[in-house]
Ligand binder design. Structure first.
Ligand code: ADP
Ligand code: ADP
Ligand code: SF4
Length: 603
């Protein structure tokens, strides 16, 4: 038997009453009379047991994998664990279930970051650290208590922390990942929600810094995603606890808001000596935010490994390189690389469309947008950046013809395929049916390689749109947008709710699509790394959010980044090893020098 392999059965997928037990019938040990795959659990209405169980003692391991191939519902994974992984798990949810190796080590006065994909056990780790889930150290059938856990972590960074958890001395505040769901669990306005949480008497300060004032008396139901995110952040940071866990702070926030959120979290750690644990997929912000970093890797849904703490710089560099130095572990075949110098200064593509100066006013002129005329080139990826509420979506609607301009005529004779910022595909329809209704390429080998694989759609094809998680919904919406046949593809915040690995894959899918299909793509996003990796040119919006916006003409990456970051007063330096951009400390020598030189990004 292969003692370093694990078998994971996804019980939501396994449907023994709808298959004829192919896994069990074809399993080689079973065929020689051994009980490798067996049936367990209660009998269903059809009179059959409801789940299969795989003996990891008897299973031959990943090299066999016959059951994995045979299962029509993709419910089984057989995985050889990396040999480097010598520890026992911290927790395993059960036999044939997800196991977590390693735990992050939060520390007083520090912001500890976790970098890794969704489904890798981050929430499991936090539930353990919050004392909600008593870890079983992967030992089934024998009782394990906190004293055993303490024993297992004696001599590690976690010893003291676990002793506090055992003694019930750790209190926790948490910001959930999907803020869109907050209105489902709270009736009332912003003020009522926030006042309940103000244990540190810090609310006024947080409300001001996060610019929540204008929505204090609004019903939570009516808040936008960006507003909900800031309210949720304020509600969490206002609590008086030892340990704060923030699961993604950036979705729907613009860059200025992201930087403010990062600074507030740092201040709470430093000034009040609290311990903060943050999961974040925007690498530029994670870099600014965290003191130390745990990289999480593994097979989402099957097992996850949380590494020992690394410096933030090394953690992100190793992650981008796809290779973890101390662990001697390759986590991705290819490195992610940034260009040090402004790329593709002028793309030579021919003009796809020219639009004139445009003006749009809403209602009695509460908000107005002025657009400087420009051109969009065939076959380019045009990045669009600027604060929230500045008119980016309004511009998009002018282009798509969903909105009429007051001055200037954007009468574009173009088919535009549009992915909105808030994805609202929640009909009761399966993913495969939905996507095949959009393109007759659905299921072709081309479509599978270019769209389904990079966007990791295979495993969710049979699910209902309404059952998808935020990240899954985003991937389906990106696929739907790119699958449509159109002259121009417009993606509004494709990074929202994608984990860091999915961002990388979505970025390369969008770029390849533009290059291979001769497609023109416009991408609105606030993740600087994603924009850097995606865009050939940049369109910058500025002005006063919710009052007046101006859309500049599309320009080179260097010119665009300089203009955009000058508005924000943020400069980036280059990491010596990887050339990736890193936000400078305000008023550091580099920050001052670069501002004086007018080089905010490609210095
Ligand atoms: P992350 O926070 O990194 O997205 P989670 O810790 O939420 O990951 O989940 C990791 C894996 O553990 C998932 O595959 C999930 O299905 C599984 N899991 C979570 N809770 C349970 C549970 N109570 N029983 C069995 N499996 C679980
Ligand atoms: P962005 O996409 O940059 O976040 P938007 O174009 O969505 O900005 O919105 C710009 C401003 O216009 C915001 O203040 C928004 O509230 C306002 N706005 C958007 N749509 C309407 C509308 N239909 N009627 C009135 N105001 C609107
Ligand atoms: Fe049986 Fe293991 Fe082979 Fe699956 S991988 S068929 S459980 S031996």
């Amino acid at each position: 038997m292969a003692d370093d392999s694990i078998a994971v059965v996804d019980l939501d997928r396994c449907q023994p009453d709808r298959c004829s037990y192919e896994c069990k019938n074809y399993c080689p040990p079973n065929r020689t009379g051994k009980e490798c795959i067996t049936l367990r659990g209660e009998e269903t209405d059809q009179g059959q047991p409801e789940q299969v169980h795989i003996s990891e003692e008897i299973c031959l391991g990943e090299t066999c994998g016959i059951c994995v191939e045979k299962c029509p519902f993709d419910a089984i994974e057989i995985i050889n664990l990396p040999q480097e992984l010598q520890d026992d798990p911290a927790h395993r949810y059960g036999e044939n279930a997800f196991s977590l190796y390693g735990l992050p080590a939060p520390q007083d006065g520090q912001v500890t970051g976790i970098l890794g994909p969704n489904g890798i056990g981050k929430t499991t780790a936090v539930r353990i650290l919050a004392g909600e889930l008593e870890p079983n150290l992967g030992r089934h059938g024998e009782p394990v208590d906190w004293d055993d856990v303490l024993e297992a972590y004696r001599g590690t960074e976690l010893q003291e922390y676990i002793a506090d958890v055992r003694d019930g001395e750790v209190t926790v505040a948490r910001k959930p990942q999907y803020v869109d769901q907050i209105p489902n669990s709270f009736d009332g306005n912003t003020r009522e929600l926030l006042e309940r949480t103000d244990e540190r008497d810090a609310l006024d300060h947080l409300v001001e810094r996060l610019s929540i004032g204008p929505v204090m008396d609004q019903s939570i139901d009516d808040l936008s995603g960006g507003e909900l995110q800031r309210v949720a952040l304020a509600a969490t940071l206002a609590r008086d606890t030892d340990f704060y866990f923030l699961d993604e702070i950036t979705p729907y926030l613009d860059i200025g808001q992201r930087v403010t959120a990062a600074r507030l979290i740092r201040e709470l750690a430093e000034e009040e000596d609290r311990s903060m644990l943050v999961v974040e997929h925007d690498l530029a912000i994670l870099d600014l935010l965290a003191d130390t970093l745990h990289v999480a890797y593994g097979e989402p849904g099957a097992y996850g490994v949380v590494t020992s703490p690394k410096s933030v710089r090394n953690g992100i560099n190793e992650y981008l390189a796809g290779y973890l130095d101390n662990e001697n572990m390759r986590i991705r075949p290819n490195p992610i690389e940034f260009e040090e110098h402004a790329p593709r200064t002028e793309s030579r593509g021919e003009t796809l469309v020219e639009y004139p100066d445009l003006t749009k006013r809403y209602g009695d002129g509460e908000f107005s947008l002025e657009v400087d005329g420009g051109e969009i080139r065939r076959n380019e990826v045009l990045g669009i950046v600027g604060p929230n509420g500045i008119g980016k979506s309004t511009f998009a609607k002018l282009l798509t013809g969903n909105l009429e301009s007051d001055e200037g005529d954007a009468d574009l004779d173009l088919d535009i395929s549009y992915k909105p910022q808030y994805v609202t595909i929640d009909q009761h329809m399966r993913v495969d049916a939905f996507l095949s209704s959009i393109t007759n390429q659905f299921g072709s080998s081309y479509w599978n390689t270019e769209i389904a694989q990079p966007l990791q759609l295979e495993r969710i094809m049979e699910q209902n749109l309404s059952d998808l998680s935020g990240g899954e919904r985003q991937r389906v919406a990106i696929a739907a947008c790119l699958s449509d046949s159109a002259d121009l593809y417009l993606l509004d915040e494709p990074s929202a709710h994608l984990d860091v690995e999915q961002r990388v894959q979505a970025t390369s899918a969008i770029r390849r699509y533009a290059e291979q299909q001769d497609a023109t793509v416009m991408v609105i996003d606030h993740d600087i790394y994603m924009i850097d990796l995606l865009a050939d040119r940049l369109m910058v919006f500025d002005g006063e959010p919710a009052v007046h916006g101006r859309a500049g003409t599309p320009q080179s990456m260097r010119g665009g980044m300089n203009e955009f970051l000058a508005n924000l007063e943020v400069t980036f330096r280059r990491d010596e090893r990887t050339s990736r951009p890193r936000i400078n400390k305000p008023d550091s020598q580099l920050d001052k020098q670069q501002k004086a030189d007018g080089e905010y990004y490609y210095a």
